[in-house]
Design a binder for this molecule. Sequence first.
Ligand code: NAI
Length: 443
Amino acid sequence: MIRASTRAVGRTEGLVSRSMSSGPAQDLVVIGGGPGGYVAAIRAAQLGMKTTCVEKRGTLGGTCLNVGCIPSKAVLHSSHLYEEATHSFKSHGINLPGGATIDLQQMMRKKDQSVFNLTRGVEESRMRRVIPAKNILIATGSEVSTLPTVPIDDQTIVSSTGVLELSDVPRRMIVIGGGYIGLEMGSVWSRLGTEVTVVEFLDRIVPAMDREIGAQLMRILKKQRLNFKLSTKVVGATKTPVGLRLTVEPSAGGVQEIVEADVVLVSIGRRPYTAGLGLENVGVQVDRRGQVSIDDHFRTSAQGVYAVGDVVRGPMLAHKAEDEGLVAVEIMAGMPGHINYNAIPVVVYTNPEVAMAKTYDSGGDYALGMVKILSDKATDKVLGMHVIGPGAGEMIAEGVLAIETGTTTKEIAKTVHAHPTLSEAFREAAMSAHGKPTNYYKM
Ligand code: NAI
């Protein structure tokens, strides 16, 4: 839940314009209420700027909270529990006399509840009007990349959104794209009993990661009953009375093959979402990939217009967008600001999780828990840390390191933590030490 003196208003047509208008001038209008936008709006309000956050959804949180990280994490967790119940409990001496069964509707209700809990309570008005502003921050995120030959209908050919809404466990699923979404969602449905085949264009999965790690992950996922077709592309899909028929062929061309499925997930990446903003009206330049061009200070080619998150270069990650939102607003306020793009973690929530931090060229269900940091009032150095909650044994290592190295809470507050993870609470606790948390964690 978000508590700050920002306001969310409904999306207007031709949002970015230089037209004259009535109404109070804002110091900042943030377009988009996802992790990049709402965190930027909160920081702007904390810095005393008159701020309005414009969001077209009825709730804040963007893709991440509404249809991305949070609901994914919820079903990853539920399906993991089912997997444990069916495959691991026995070895721990835990017997379920009748065997574990799935109530998919209940699983989906639980996921929806996680989303609701995190997005409710946001002040919202649906007024449509022109808002004059000194500065504008574009944080409109991204949308699903599509394949013209496999059109998404969110019934049987689904995107990352539809795959979280299936009403039955499909017998067979083809996942197009062996990236983050494909492997996480492929894992979920495979655990629930679906025969999953991942079709990947390249000769390896998670191509953004180290090759050896990717190969090791594929071996583990194969043991978990996932099938893989590497160096393969899908060239067409047809619907039949009993399902879907996909035509696939080697990426380099060659003999075609038909594979059948009940559901197809298209997860081949995402692209910047700027449609309908009217960026051309104010001279905001967009590159050939559709990314808004920015300088090191998040300034676009139009004066007073900034951009952060998935609409600009770099990895499309919630925590990267958050950090950019914070830094962009601080720069607007005349403060120094810099992001170390070499220290942005990525976590794939398969079992086991895979995490990395690497150099980028330009180019849930929250559990009950608490993190408490004790710091020296004079020097700000961390003196102690207490963690109650799942994963506490792992999280404490960060506190130990902070104490060992004389790290300050200000330094921790500047450090990007992967989202969604429990370790974010560590950073939030450090921000709280200075009265500036950006998220509210329900205990
Ligand atoms: P992705 O970029 O991670 O993976 C897409 C995969 O599809 C790549 O392996 C690519 O080689 C393959 N591909 C592309 N075109 C293809 C084709 N025609 N046929 C077969 N394979 C093809 O994209 P994904 O998984 O859709 O995720 C989108 C974004 O969402 C990512 O940029 C990621 O940053 C973000 N995300 C992050 C998560 C996390 O941090 N845990 C979880 C889910 C999404």
